[in-house]
Design a protein around this ligand. Structure first.
Ligand code: PRP
Length: 214
């Protein structure tokens, strides 16, 4: 008998896009589109159960096996390094992790660089690779304000359109890594539900390929 696959989707615009890819791959769950605030939806015939979770929590659900598969941004996977398999780059939710600063910022290598970010691990590894001494200032949002108020010299943050930086008189200085949404799987589920999970992976792979041709 086919088992149900539990799927954690990131709540919000990206999640809706990703759900459309699952649906087009044959894993529809029409009740998910009804206007209500339910968080769990199931389509037994298609063998799927979806959960809407906070985007930064998807990897936790998958790592601990509450979800068999999920969709998480590469930023979260790099920052928290969860013990999951990364199966596929879905090529949506594309943006980049950048170093940004005020336009007139000039680095003085003799001084410790103050870096404000939500992504402490990514920032630490990036600057360790450059042999640069830094002081991390861990913030939870509105990172762009830090250099303006003199709280930090630079920020390490996600840039999508670049609008937030522009409107706050900041400029991207370096791209650390490109980011996009990834299909991830729980390690045990990938063994015990391998046929089902591989079928989902193939279905989504087909969607990624057809999106690339458009
Ligand atoms: C992200 C990021 C930037 C913004 C970049 O914030 O932290 O602030 O998007 O997008 P843009 O280049 O298109 O302007 P998000 O909306 O995820 O919220 P946050 O304040 O929690 O970081």
């Amino acid at each position: 008998m086919k088992s149900i696959v539990n799927i954690a989707l990131p709540k919000g615009r990206l999640g809706e896009k990703v759900y459309a890819m699952f649906a087009a791959a044959g894993y529809e769950c029409p009740s998910i589109l009804e206007p209500n605030r339910k968080l769990i939806f199931e389509n037994k015939a298609a063998g799927v159960r979806y959960f809407w979770v906070k985007p930064s929590d998807v990897a936790i659900y998958v790592e601990r096996g509450a979800a068999d598969v999920g969709v998480a941004g590469k930023d979260i996977l790099l920052e928290y390094a969860p013990e999951v398999y990364e199966l596929l780059d879905l090529n949506v939710g594309r943006c980049r992790m950048c170093v940004a600063a005020k336009r007139d910022f000039r680095d003085n290598p003799e001084r410790t660089l103050r870096v404000a970010t939500k992504f402490a691990r990514i920032a630490r590894e990036y600057y360790a690779g450059l042999g640069r001494d830094i002081d991390i200032i861990h913030l939870n949002g509105s990172i762009e304000i830090a250099p303006i108020l003199g709280l930090s010299d630079v920020i390490v943050d996600i840039v999508e359109t670049g609008k937030t930086l522009l409107e706050n008189d900041l400029e991207p200085f370096e791209t650390i890594v490109p980011i996009s949404a990834r299909l991830i799987a729980n390690k045990a589920s990938f063994r015990f539900k391998s046929a089902e999970i591989e079928a989902i992976q193939r279905g989504l792979q087909g969607q990624v390929a057809s999106d690339n041709q458009e």
